[in-house]
Design a binder for this molecule. Structure first.
Ligand code: AMP
Length: 254
């Protein structure tokens, strides 16, 4: 089983040892409730790096919806089983106080792309994401960090932040892992009712098949989704929809 660490100081001490022995560290940040999508990042990290650190932290500053934060699935024991099978060595599971010793006095932000797509519908979301990823990258001090293309906008913003702030960690993008019916795996899928789960794969099917974003939106609305956005940009079609209280995001080549 991976060793669970709760404090920055504990990891720093271990990290110094790996630097001395020249063992590269691969880092996979998560919010837990792990599924095979996360598993693919963990396995990739283990292929590339002798030491793998994963984090499990449900980051309060990236939730614009209190209900979503409070109901986000938390299951560290089960998560550790998947971590173990994927070759994870250490799990950083810090408290909110450990991660935010100054509260939200210091924040990292981006002023353009973070305000579009998901950012236009979830005010402050990407400031919260970039802030926690900046903290986690600084703590992990890893050679490489692994992020999923499922969260394509987040991935691009994180890459941009690392360039802008000269962070040395290499950001490694990993492909989206899907259910057999095409639905992108997500920790939030567990909240879908049976009827919502039956409809959910239509989201990816329409994103892939509609001739343009306007028609994709119309087809999704006709199928029963509440559409936040569908937009084509730079060869990628991005979409976000809601089914009841659950929000789904996906992106495909356009
Ligand atoms: P989360 O726990 O949702 O914050 O996700 C942690 C990491 O796993 C992020 O880099 C996500 O992009 C990635 N991830 C989540 N779902 C998938 C998926 N279905 N396929 C690939 N990566 C994923």
């Amino acid at each position: 089983m991976p060793k669970i660490i709760h404090t920055v100081a504990e990891w720093r001490a271990l990290r110094a040892g790996f630097r001395a022995s020249r063992q590269a560290v691969g880092f996979v940040p998560t919010m837990g409730a792990l599924h095979p999508g996360h598993g693919s990042l963990l396995v990739r990290a283990k292929q590339d790096c002798p030491v793998v650190l994963a984090s499990v932290f449900v980051n309060p500053t990236q939730f614009d919806d209190k209900w979503d934060y409070e109901n986000y699935p938390r299951m560290l024991d089960t998560d550790c089983d998947l971590m173990d099978r994927s070759g994870v060595d250490y799990v950083l599971a810090p408290s909110a106080a450990e991660m935010y010793p100054n509260g939200t006095r210091y924040l990292v932000g981006e002023t353009q792309f973070s305000r579009e797509l998901c950012g236009a519908h979830r005010p402050g979301h990407f400031d919260g994401v970039l802030t926690v990823v900046m903290k986690l990258l600084q703590i992990a001090d890893a050679e490489r960090a692994y992020f999923g293309e499922k969260d394509q906008q987040q991935l691009q913003l994180i890459k941009g932040m690392c360039t802008a702030f000269f962070l040395p960690t290499e950001i490694v993008p990993c492909p989206t892992i899907r259910e057999a019916d095409g639905l992108a795996m997500s920790s939030r899928n567990a909240r879908l009712s049976p009827a919502e789960r039956a409809l959910a794969p239509t989201f990816n099917r329409v994103l892939r098949s509609a001739p343009d974003a306007t028609q994709a939106r119309a087809q999704l609305e006709a199928a029963g989704f509440v559409v936040d956005y569908v937009e084509d940009r730079e060869g990628i079609r991005y979409g976000a929809v809601r089914l009841g209280k659950t929000r789904l995001i996906d992106n495909v080549a356009s």
